[in-house]
Design a protein around this ligand. Structure first.
Ligand code: SF4
Ligand code: SF4
Length: 138
């Protein structure tokens, strides 16, 4: 985790048709939810992008571009980059069930591109309560 300096948040393209991404950014700013493990004492680069729409294949070319540019422009190697899949992709949420292509996204990011991956960004109290009560399954 210490070696990571560049965070990429991948958000569901469909959810982003009606979401600004505010709660993802807030979670990062406050280091809550999926960002709990990041130090508040240091700064990180952070980039937000969407999956490009079902089936999420655009993630491959978007991240490939990032890997190439980060290296050629700033000598940032890919082991210093980490990808977070936003909670609207990984879990039941107000926007709907988790992404049906979640495993495909993970294979692309981890196995094909060799990037480290973490699940989740913002975790709302309402969603947590719905999970506990069995309304949300994931
Ligand atoms: S996790 Fe929530 S705030 Fe973040 S992009 Fe998805 S719907 Fe928007
Ligand atoms: S592939 Fe998944 S994350 Fe992307 S738009 Fe479709 S449902 Fe959303």
């Amino acid at each position: 985790m210490r070696e990571k300096e560049y965070i990429v948040v991948v958000q569901c393209h469909i959810a982003m048709e009606r979401c600004s991404g505010y709660f993802c950014e807030k979670a990062f700013h406050e280091r809550t939810g999926g960002f709990k493990g990041y130090s508040k004492e240091r700064s990180y680069r952070i980039l937000y992008l969407t999956c490009g729409g079902c089936c999420g294949m655009a993630v491959h070319r978007k991240l490939q571009d990032l890997i190439k540019m980060a290296k050629s422009e700033e000598k940032i190697e890919k082991h210093r980059i980490i990808v977070h899949l936003a909670t609207c992709i990984t879990k039941d949420s107000y926007h709907g069930p988790p992404c049906p292509h979640l495993d495909y996204l993970k294979i692309m990011i981890q196995e094909k591109l060799g990037l480290d991956l973490r699940e989740d960004t913002t975790i709302s109290k309402t969603a947590e309560s719905r999970r506990k009560n069995g309304i949300y399954k994931s």
